[in-house]
Design a protein around this ligand. Structure first.
Ligand SMILES: [Zn+2]
Length: 304
């Protein structure tokens, strides 16, 4: 039977191609992880390691697992040949099985890297960020300044950036010589509680000044949050106060009420997010109460 012979011939080629693709995907997955590891190890400072890991580690590991899923698809498609040889139906069944196993692996990997791994990497990132820096000039251990102490070492632009954007500056000081080292971190690594699904998975993904504040007019800042669990997208417009006074908390600088001239305002809700992800909500009956609260606001006081 000529037909059957060409089927055998096809199976033979198919098996070889699948085995080659299997090896290629395993090699690609390993190279990807290896290249990342080499890159990570070659970073000289903890800050550089932090930046690399926070930006790429999850993406790299996830991609490598997707390549492994392909490898699973290829290897299953090259096995069980004594059954597949009976009829093309078995060839189709094998293909379907391979697809199921590969999808399962890819899906489990996706879940792990979306919900489990971020918590694990966060602990390591915190260590990278808070391990005492060494002054390269003297070899002394440096000390991390607190939020209150660090302002003296940040220029005005940096301070404004810290107040307005989700940016954090860490200032390390060598107490013996006074040498400082300033590191910049993005605040959007902190997740907030999602008001849709309730998980701590709502993250700031975009932040831009829509209108610059001038000496006379308020500006506006657009923020976009995205929940990695339920997919909720939350947009928030923050008013940039035109007059930024010293001694005013960053929160009150940020929150100005757009309802100020509306006499029919019934309730004013103030939501305060800490950089640890805690959210406190306060209700007020009128703007004056809210203003008074904000002008006297001290985050320490509302801590349990
Ligand atoms: Zn959600």
């Amino acid at each position: 039977m000529e037909n059957q012979e060409s089927y055998f011939y096809f199976l033979d080629i198919w098996k070889n191609v699948m085995e080659i693709l299997f090896v290629l995907s395993i090699v690609a997955a390993s190279l990807l992880v290896f290249a990342y590891w080499i890159n990570y190890k070659s970073k000289k400072t903890l800050k550089q390691k932090f930046d690399l890991a926070s930006e790429y580690e999850i993406k790299i590991l996830r991609s490598s697992q997707f390549l492994i899923a392909f490898a699973i698809f290829f290897i299953i498609n090259s096995r069980l040949n004594d059954i597949v040889i009976i009829s093309i139906i078995w060839f189709t069944i094998r293909m379907f099985m391979a697809l199921c196993f590969a999808t399962l692996h890819g899906y489990v990997a996706h879940l792990i890297f979306t919900y489990y791994y971020p918590g694990k990497i966060r602990a390591r990132l915190a260590r990278l960020r808070h391990t005492p820096r060494i002054n390269p000039k003297t070899g002394n251990k440096m000390k991390l300044l607190s939020e209150a102490e660090e302002d003296a070492y940040l220029d005005e632009g940096m301070q404004a950036e810290e107040n307005v954007f989700s940016v954090d500056y860490d200032v390390w000081i060598d107490e013996a010589t006074g040498d400082t080292q300033i590191e910049k971190y993005k605040g959007h690594l902190n997740a907030h509680e999602c008001d849709n699904c309730g998980f701590q998975t709502l993250r700031l993904v975009k932040e831009e000044v829509a209108k610059e504040a001038t000496a006379f007019w308020d500006g506006t800042l657009n923020q976009e949050f995205n929940c990695s669990y339920c997919g909720r997208i939350k947009r928030k417009i923050v008013t940039l106060s035109y007059k930024v006074k010293d001694g005013v908390t960053s929160t009150s600088k940020l929150i100005a009420n757009p309802l100020a001239i509306n006499l029919e305002v019934d309730t004013i809700k103030v939501e305060i997010h800490s950089n640890k992800g805690d959210i406190n909500i306060f209700d007020f009956q009128n703007l004056d109460q809210a203003k008074k609260f904000l002008s006297e606001f001290d985050y320490e006081k509302i801590q349990p």
